[in-house]
Design a protein around this ligand. Structure first.
Ligand code: ADP
Ligand code: ASP
Ligand code: MG
Length: 412
C-alpha cells in the first residue's frame, strides 16, 4: 500500500462538476488500496477575485489582512471536495493550514514553510480517511494566517509529501505534463517524459509557472518523487527526476522559459569610479527590490552606463530611487522600459556542448530580433528582448533547437 499526495489546481476544482470528477478519481485510487492526502487550490479565478476586492479598499492592502482573505478560497474547495468524497462513501476530512499546523515564517503573502506537524494527518489516515488539506496557506508562530505566494498550493503538496515521507507527490493540472515550453503559446511544444530537478528549477524560476519554484526546491532538497499529470486525462505525465542520463540522445536544450514580469532600468553617464555598482544597487536592495540581470558597459569619457532588471511590480519604486541616486551622483539620465520580456533556454546538455549561446543568437538574428541583455549560467542562457517579439522568439528557438513535436502530436 502506497501513500500518495495528490494536488489539484484551480481549473481542476473550478466548478462543482469538476470537484465531483476529482472525487471520483480519488475514490478509484482509494479503491486500489492507497492512502491518499489531497491538497487543493481555490477555484480558478477565485484568488484573483479576492485580491481585486482588497484593491478596491486600498492600493496596497495590509499584507496580514490580505492573507486572512485570500486563504478563504482554499477553505471552500477543501470542504466541497470532502463532501463529494463522503457522498461517494469515501471517509474524508478537510483541514485548513492552521489545523494541520503548517508552520511558516511571518512573511505575509510570501511565507516559507518551517515545519509541518504530520501527527494529525497520520491519525486520520490510520482511521481510514482521505485527508483533504488546503493549499497555499499556513500559520505563523503567533497564530496569524499566512500564504505561500501565488501558485503556492504546489509547495503545500510537496512539503506534505516530504513530511509524510509519501511514495509520490502527484501534481494534477490542466496540461498532461511539463512541456518543452508553454503549450498554450507554442502549439508544437512537446511533453517531456522526464526532466531533472535542476532543469525544472531553472524553468520555474525563469517563468514557467507549471510548478511553483519553491515546490521544486523542496522536492529536490527532500528527494520527493514528483510527477505532473493531467487531472482528467490518463497518461504518464512528467517525472521530475534526480538522475541525469548520460545518453547520446540527450537533447542540448530541454526547454524554453519566458517571462513578461520584468522591467529594465538604465542609469546613463555614471562616473566610472570604484563602488559605483554598490552606490546604485545598495539603495535598491535596501528597498527590498530584487534585481535580476545586470549589465555595466565599458567606460568611455570616464563615465559608464549601468542597466538592470527588476520585477514589474517594483518598477515604479526602483525608478524613483534611481532618479534620486542619479541626482546625487551627477549621472546624465535615467531611462526605464517596461516593454521587455526575458526568454531563456534551459538544459543540462549545455554543459557538454559548445556553441549553444551562439546558436540561440543566430536563431534570433534570423528573425531580426534585437537582444538587449544576455546572462548565462551553466545550464541556461537568458536574453532580454522587446516584448512584442516574445512569442516569435520562443517559436524560433523551439524550432532551432529541434524541440518541435512531430505533426499530429501536439498538446490539444
Ligand atoms: P494549476 O491551477 O493546476 O496550478 P497552473 O496554471 O498554475 O495550473 O499551471 C499550469 C499551466 O502552466 C498550464 O496551463 C500552462 O499554460 C502553463 N505552463 C507554462 N509553462 C509550461 C510548461 N513548460 N509545460 C507545461 N505547462 C506550462
Ligand atoms: N490559489 C492560489 C493562487 O491562485 C494558490 C494556488 O493556486 O496554487 O495562486
Ligand atoms: Mg499552479
Amino acid at each position: 500500500m502506497a501513500l500518495i499526495v495528490q494536488k489539484f489546481g484551480g481549473t481542476s476544482v473550478g466548478s462543482v462538476e469538476r470537484i465531483e470528477q476529482v472525487a471520483e478519481k480519488i475514490k478509484k485510487f482509494r479503491d486500489g488500496g492507497d492512502d491518499i492526502v489531497v491538497v487543493v487550490s481555490a477555484m480558478s479565478g477565485e484568488t484573483n477575485r479576492l485580491i481585486d476586492l482588497a484593491k478596491q479598499i486600498s492600493d496596497r492592502p495590509v499584507a496580514r489582512e490580505l492573507d486572512v482573505m485570500v486563504s478563504t478560497g482554499e477553505q471552500v474547495t477543501i470542504a466541497l471536495l470532502a463532501m463529494a468524497l463522503i457522498k461517494r462513501g469515501v471517509p474524508a476530512v478537510s483541514f485548513t493550514g492552521n489545523q494541520v499546523r503548517i508552520l511558516t515564517d511571518s512573511a505575509h503573502t510570501k511565507a516559507r514553510i518551517l515545519q509541518i506537524d504530520s501527527q494529525r494527518i497520520q491519525r486520520e489516515l490510520k482511521a481510514g480517511r482521505v485527508v483533504v488539506v488546503a493549499g497555499f496557506q499556513g500559520v505563523d508562530g503567533k497564530g496569524n494566517i499566512t500564504t505561500l505566494g501565488r501558485g503556492g498550493s504546489d509547495t503545500t503538496g510537496v512539503a506534505l509529501a516530504a513530511a509524510l515521507k509519501a511514495d509520490e507527490c502527484q501534481i494534477y493540472t490542466d496540461v498532461d505534463g511539463v512541456y518543452t515550453t508553454d503549450p498554450r503559446v507554442v502549439a508544437k511544444a512537446r511533453r517531456l517524459d522526464k526532466i531533472t530537478f535542476e532543469e525544472m528549477l531553472e524553468m520555474a524560476s525563469l517563468g514557467s509557472k507549471v510548478l511553483q519554484i519553491r515546490a521544486v526546491e523542496f522536492a529536490g532538497k527532500y528527494s520527493v518523487p514528483l510527477r505532473v499529470l493531467h487531472s482528467f486525462q490518463e497518461g504518464p505525465g512528467t517525472l521530475i527526476t534526480l538522475d541525469e542520463e548520460e545518453s547520446m540522445e540527450q537533447p542540448i536544450i530541454s526547454g524554453i522559459a519566458f517571462n513578461r514580469d520584468e522591467a529594465k532600468l538604465t542609469i546613463r553617464g555614471v562616473p566610472d569610479t570604484p563602488g559605483v555598482a554598490f552606490k546604485i544597487l545598495g539603495p535598491i536592495s535596501a528597498a527590498n527590490v530584487e534585481v535580476d540581470m545586470i549589465v555595466q558597459n565599458v567606460a568611455h569619457d570616464n563615465t559608464t552606463d549601468f542597466t538592470f532588471t527588476v520585477h514589474r511590480n517594483d518598477y515604479n519604486s526602483a525608478l524613483q530611487i534611481l532618479q534620486t541616486i542619479a541626482n546625487e551622483m551627477g549621472a546624465r539620465e535615467v531611462i526605464g522600459d517596461t516593454d521587455i520580456a526575458k526568454v531563456s533556454i534551459v538544459g543540462v546538455g549545455m554543459r557538454s556542448h559548445a556553441g549553444v549561446a551562439s546558436r540561440m543568437f543566430e536563431a534570433l538574428a534570423k528573425e531580426n530580433i534585437n537582444i538587449q541583455m544576455i546572462s548565462t549560467s551553466e545550464i541556461k542562457v537568458s536574453v532580454v528582448i522587446e516584448e512584442k517579439y516574445l512569442e516569435l522568439a520562443v517559436r524560433a528557438l523551439h524550432t532551432a533547437f529541434e524541440l518541435d513535436a512531430p505533426a499530429g502530436k501536439t498538446a490539444e
